[in-house]
Design a protein around this ligand. Structure first.
Ligand SMILES: Cc1cc2nc3c(=O)[nH]c(=O)nc-3n(C[C@H](O)[C@H](O)[C@H](O)COP(=O)(O)OP(=O)(O)OC[C@H]3O[C@@H](n4cnc5c(N)ncnc54)[C@H](O)[C@@H]3O)c2cc1C
Length: 433
């Protein structure tokens, strides 16, 4: 029986999985990668530890996909997180599950993931061509016939699987050239925006706080700049359903340009999705476990115990020392005022600042600092049961190149593994016309 000839473009997560799956399903597979090595982006994932997937159930997986979760049903059911873990472990890579279901190699080395995938490809006979860059797709009679490389080589193929990635961290090789190429062939591109990315803010007090990390805070992000009445209402527990675009609890970080940390990265995906480019309010609740009334009582107690002390010194038990000055300034209070002279109205200002430290988000940091690209090849033009282009027979599309993005926790790599696997299997088993 004739073996389908499949060329995979890109040696990242999606491309390597597509090659493994296509070869495993009987195809003659060549993978081309422009870099001198495979998996440059995998290398930097999870701070060098690679959070390969998440050990969650299917509902949670889809809940963590920000753009086009339903499109991913077919891919996920054909190769889910359990299939990925099984594949890696059966090939000698021990895994461990950490907080929040995050799965890592037991070694804590991301390169072990790439090494394992490389070994599987080798065993399955995938021909890997490094330092080889796609130049053009050869299409004849509206069907894919092969590719041409920048190195002036033509490779014939029955199918081409495009896994060239998005626009984030272009130093790893993903610079959007796949978007351009597919657009020239008729595909449409939804707006591309950085996501899972630090945010910039109008207020400059972050400069005094750089390096400070806040744990167990709630962040609420809105689709407008809130007036002071609304900010107070949020502190008092109002949900503002029409305005809120993200609400999360966890850890954030102040940096030399604005705000970052896990909670802010998640907020950024909704900023990019819903209000990209707009100035909007972000409120940090530093004491989410307490209501305004409870917090006020706590402060009264602290002040009673700190008679004759200055406000600044009296707040030591309530707040990390690094943020006390900023909170006092934002509450329009005097740091040196003795606590017994603080009026009820002044205390109220303090309480409302703590329950809603107000920042105006002005935008995101650039793609070079984004974990993922939001937007990409329009998924309406990709068959979700095969990952084949609906416009060009024989062309398959997988990974970050598509308009699918997820939150942190191993979900973005799982999108790449699942879509790559389905594309590879479909390309290998496609019946010739
Ligand atoms: C700092 C950072 C940390 C991350 N951490 C995690 C994490 O822990 N867990 C998680 O789930 N996700 C994480 N992600 C996201 C995850 O890495 C990506 O979603 C995933 O790698 C996308 O895989 P891909 O194969 O689609 O694209 P890529 O990994 O970008 O691979 C695309 C490949 O195609 C090659 N290529 C491009 N154009 C051409 C061409 N013309 N010819 C030949 N080759 C070409 C590129 O060189 C590249 O190797 C992280 C991302 C970053 C930036």
């Amino acid at each position: 029986m004739k073996r389908n000839k499949v060329v995979v473009i890109g040696g990242g997560a999606a491309g390597m999985m597509a090659a493994i799956s296509a070869a495993g399903n009987g195809a003659d597979v060549t993978l081309i990668e422009r870099n001198e090595k495979l998996g440059k982006k995998i290398y930097i994932t999870g701070k060098g530890r690679c959070n390969v997937t998440n050990n969650c159930d299917e509902d949670e997986f889809f809940n963590n996909i920000v753009s086009n979760p339903r499109f991913m049903y077919g891919a996920f059911y054909s190769f889910d997180n359990r299939s990925l873990m099984e594949l890696l472990e059966n090939n000698g890579l021990k895994l461990k599950v950490e907080r929040g279901g995050r799965v890592f190699p037991e070694s804590d080395h991301s390169y072990d993931v790439t090494d394992t995938l490389r070994a599987i490809m080798k065993r399955k006979g995938v021909k890997v061509r490094l330092n080889t860059t796609l130049k053009a797709i050869i299409i004849d009679a509206e069907k894919v016939r092969g590719i041409e490389t920048m190195q002036h080589e033509k490779i014939t193929a029955d199918s081409v699987i495009m896994c060239t990635g998005g626009l984030s961290y272009s130093s790893t090789g993903s610079d959007g050239n796949g978007h351009k190429l597919l657009h020239e062939l008729g595909h449409t591109l939804t707006d591309t925006k950085p996501a899972l990315v630090p945010l910039t803010t109008k207020e400059e007090f972050y400069k005094d706080l750089q390096g400070l990390s806040l744990k167990n805070v709630r962040v609420n992000l809105f689709n407008e700049v809130l007036n002071s009445e609304k900010i107070r209402a949020v502190a008092d527990g109002a949900r503002l359903k029409k305005s809120i675009v993200f609400s999360g609890f966890g850890e954030m970080l102040f940096t030399h340009f604005g705000i970052s940390g896990p909670l802010i990265l998640s907020a950024s995906s909704f900023y990019s999705k819903k209000v990209y480019g707009k100035q909007v309010t972000l409120l940090i609740d530093l004491k989410p476990a307490l209501t305004v009334e409870q917090l006020d009582k706590r402060i009264v107690r602290d002040f009673d115990n700190a008679m004759n002390k200055s406000l600044k010194n009296a707040l030591c038990g309530l707040l990390p020392s690094g943020i006390i000055d900023t909170i006092i300034v934002q509450s329009l209070l005097d740091a040196h005022k003795p606590v017994h002279d603080i009026t009820k109205e002044e205390r109220s200002r303090l309480v409302y600042t703590l329950k809603g430290l107000n920042m105006t988000v002005t935008g995101t940091r650039p793609f070079t600092e984004a974990i993922i690209t939001q937007g990409g090849i329009n998924v309406k033009e990709i068959n979700p049961s095969t990952m084949e282009s609906k416009l060009i027979p024989g062309m398959y599309i997988a990974g970050e190149l598509m308009d699918v993005d997820a939150l942190t926790g191993g979900f973005n790599l799982q999108v790449a593994w699942s879509s790559g696997y389905l594309a590879g299997m479909s390309a290998a088993t496609k019946q010739g016309e």
